[in-house]
Design a protein around this ligand. Structure first.
Ligand code: BGC
Length: 359
């Protein structure tokens, strides 16, 4: 009897010990597996967890967004789970579902496809999780918040800069991805400025195409086609971002036109800024990503705590007027890159000028 009791006590003690050890391991697991799916529901500790579902990490700007957003959320005492779908719609939805199932407190989404990601908002809401659209708008969904730049203004800044150089002439527009709402806003902004000049007969847009999935090789094809279709008689190029501008410039240089025609881009990527110094790209649009990341982080954490996010603007996404925060973009050319990009530490003086000399 007493031996039986001793065995029982020992078994009970061992079970208790196992439960204790398992409980102690959980927080460590969460730390070790940061940015990979959680083994346990995030609500098991009190730390706020923000899910960050990204379209891609295959472009310079999005790596910066990820790093800045993660750092900003962590400074606020919360944690981020990042998943990137690298341009695959189905993958982005599955990854978002994973984050939802892990029990993140708020989901922040950079949509690859403005329409397809509406499903993510729906699924998140079924679990009581609010969704913030980051940089790109999710359309036709009951989105909780949109944090971005004034993207129509991005296009306006590009067209204002290029019309200074070419007030009359034949323009090529290399657009972004048709599936990205921003691409439509950038293009709209460009036409806000060009339209009166088109109406006067000063400017003709001789080529205007989307760049499927924002892929540089598609932009290169577009630029090649625009040159051939117009017998190389074009006067200016506006490209929706720096990666597409780079492809356009490669195609122009193959025709001996690089550095002769003005070219606009966007994102202030290092290579683009170096091209501005060199003179093959005329301007870029600088969007202080640190402000975007910090604003989105601050509002995501507030939202997770159930606090008011205080958005003062509204953007129609086809379904509702989405509470929005829109930051200001800045046009950058040779004359002001020191006082903008370099002053802000977005790129270092050495990278911009000496990286350039090394080429
Ligand atoms: C962003 C740009 C970016 C592009 C391609 C757009 O939605 O606003 O900054 O270059 O996507 O990733």
């Amino acid at each position: 009897m007493s031996k039986y009791m001793t065995d029982l006590n020992l078994s009970f003690f061992l079970i208790l010990l196992m439960v204790y050890v398992t409980a102690c391991e959980q927080p460590n697991q969460a730390v070790v597996h940061k940015n990979t799916p959680l083994q346990s529901n995030s609500t098991s500790d009190s730390k706020i967890v923000i899910g960050f579902s990204m379209d891609t990490l295959e472009e310079e700007r999005w790596i910066r967004d990820r790093d800045l957003f993660k750092a900003a959320v962590e400074r606020l005492g919360a944690e981020v789970r990042v998943m990137a779908a690298n341009g695959n719609d189905a993958m982005q939805i599955i990854q978002a579902e994973t984050l939802i199932n892990e029990g993140v407190d708020v989901l922040v989404v950079v949509p690859h496809n403005a329409e397809a990601t509406a499903a993510i908002v729906h699924k998140a809401h079924l679990e009581g999780i609010k969704v913030i659209s980051y940089d790109r708008l999710i359309k036709n969904a009951d989105l909780d918040l949109y944090v971005s730049f004034d993207n129509e203004q991005v296009g306006e800044l590009q067209a204002k800069a290029i019309t200074q150089f070419v007030p009359k002439g034949r323009y090529v527009y290399i657009g972004g991805a048709d599936t990205d709402n921003n691409a439509h806003l950038f293009r709209k902004g460009v036409y806000n400025v060009l339209q009166p000049l088109i109406a006067k007969g000063d400017i003709t847009v001789v080529y205007d195409q989307w760049t499927k999935n924002w892929l540089p090789m598609n932009a290169y094809e577009n630029m090649k086609n625009s040159l051939q279709a117009n017998h190389y008689k074009i006067d200016a190029v506006i490209a929706a971002n720096d990666a597409t501008a780079e492809s356009a410039i490669i195609a122009l240089s193959e025709s001996g036109l690089s550095g002769i025609l003005p070219v606009a881009g966007q994102d202030a990527e290092l290579a683009a800024v170096q091209r501005i110094v060199k003179g093959t790209q005329t301007m870029t649009v600088y969007k202080p990503i640190n402000l975007l990341a910090e604003t989105a982080a601050k509002l995501a954490v507030k939202m997770a705590k159930g606090e008011d996010v205080g958005a003062d603007r509204f953007v129609n996404n086809g379904k509702i007027q989405v509470p929005s925060v829109l930051l200001s973009p800045i046009a950058v050319d040779q004359t002001n890159l020191d006082e903008t990009i370099i002053k802000d530490g977005f790129h270092s003086w050495e990278d911009v000028y000496q990286g350039q000399l090394k080429e």
